[in-house]
Write a protein that binds this ligand. Sequence first.
Ligand code: ADP
Length: 465
Amino acid sequence: MKKYSLRTKLSLSYIALVLISVLLISVTTNLLLDKHFRDYIAENQARKNREIAFQVQQQYKEGGYWDTEAIGHICINALSQGMIIKVVNASGQVVWDARQHDNARCEAMLDQIARNMSSRYPNWEGTYVENAFPLVHEEGPVGEVIIGYYGPYFFNDADLAFINNINRLLIGIGVFSLILSVFFGTVMAERLSTPIARVITTAQMIARGYYDDRVTETSSTKEIAQLTETVNHLAETLEKQERLRKRLTADVAHELRTPLATLQSHMEAMIDGIWQPDTERLKSCHDEIMRISRLVGDLEKLAKYEGENLVLTKTTFDVAELIRHIIQNFEKDFAEKNIRLQFTGEPELITADKDKISQVMVNLLSNALKYTPPGGSVQVAVQGTAQVTEISVKDTGTGIAPDDLPYIFERFYRADKSRNRLTGGAGIGLTITKAIVDAHNGTIQVHSRVNEGTEFIVSLPKQPG
Ligand code: ADP
């Protein structure tokens, strides 16, 4: 399919609109004009006829005498307006006859009218008509005036000039509107196409991998503003994804390097006979292997939960009961670390994936256990409102620094790397937690103060989307 630029399309549609409007106006004007003008001319002709008859009648003087000079004036004047006049007295004798007076002029005038009319109406079939009007004086009928003209109507030069003027005006308006439409079409197209062109360039740059490119032009057109916003948002998301992808690779390499290096040096020492492969050393190697294997397990879990289609098997169950059950499994660990673990909450039914919500609770509770020093306490609460079910896990642990807070849900992010290496966390527990909550169309919030504690609040909608 042939493609046209926005400018061409807009200009063409503006021109088409103007042409159609001007054409419609011209046609209706001409139709109306024809109809009303014809009536007007015919009426005007009848009025003129009466006037001429009256004026001629005035020229009859007492004693059967006609003021032929005045009649001549009236008739010559009428001739210039397209009327051929003949005046006869009561006995039928000619008092004044335009044809006798100047037949050539009469013919020329009739010719001129015929030309005028057929120039405007090629099918005009006007006929020469003669109307007789009786002339009456106090004494009684004194004669008659016969007015001949093209009937039922004709246009003289002035009438035709009037019609032509209107048409010329319409053509003028048409041309002016055309110029305006091309101008506005171009201006509008320019205003629309410039930001679109910028969006296209940005999208092309993104396609080539330059994710930091952004559309900075603003547009007052709603759709274009939305398009710009969407492309910028897309670029931002891709940039973030790209950053995460790079970091993931770097992090995995980093996570693997330490245990592999330890393993390598231990093995080499044993092969070279520097170290005896005793139980303790083998156990140390085994620990490193376990660390690698845990990391691989975490990666697998991450792939599963962060996959595009995290499949949820939803059932309706009492979340308070589920949490109570999970807490029972943790009680021993908490008691061993001397941390108080409390639960408050009424039975609360939710429709969700039970296994995955368990995973969320396990992750939040293990973090609370990991990051709360002995002597502290952890409070778990379930609360239901009309719209959401809120689960909160609040500890009196180490807290998270404000600088770290925005990143804790990202893969492999660990606020305190050295301590976490000891605790064994790879920094993906919260990533998985968030992925599960997101899949349920819920939200997860975190409030934390360093050395005071941390609270995670999971909100799950009652009406799953
Ligand atoms: P990890 O396996 O390291 O615990 P997570 O994804 O579960 O990974 O947590 C990411 C980071 O967030 C942790 O390394 C820790 O620094 C911080 N964090 C998570 N939960 C808590 C908490 N309850 N108290 C303090 N810090 C926490």
